[in-house]
Ligand binder design. Structure first.
Ligand code: SF4
Ligand code: SF4
Length: 103
């Protein structure tokens, strides 16, 4: 059996279930050139290549694997600036609200 060598993905972030925090990359397909660098780069398996009609396309397959929250690594390596993330300020507000609800 081949072991999954990816780093462990955290289920929680600061006491909040990770899947309640809307932080993940978004691909602008008008810009994306399907180079695959994001798929290779992200160690957490957020991206996968999908093949449709003989064409390969990078997709955000596991958005909540995007760890740590506020990572922007792939955004920086995309050669055409096709990757963005939500606003840090807005995401932090959501995290704060979720923490308050929990308290
Ligand atoms: S690195 Fe950028 S251009 Fe390359 S596949 Fe990913 S999103 Fe598309
Ligand atoms: S921001 Fe970081 S963890 Fe998230 S998809 Fe990009 S490289 Fe992976």
């Amino acid at each position: 059996m081949i072991e999954d060598e990816r780093p462990q993905v955290e289920d929680m972030f600061e006491g909040i279930p990770r899947n309640k925090i809307p932080w993940y990359p978004i691909i602008d397909y008008d810009k994306c050139i399907s180079c695959g660098k994001c798929v290779e780069y992200c160690a957490f398996g957020v991206y996968e290549f999908e093949e449709k009609n003989g064409k390969k396309k990078s997709v955000v397959k596991n958005p909540y694997n995007c760890t740590p929250v506020f990572c922007r690594g792939c955004e920086e390596i995309c050669p055409v600036g096709a990757i963005t993330h939500p606003s840090e300020e807005e995401t932090q507000k959501i995290i704060n609200r979720l923490k308050e609800e929990k308290a």
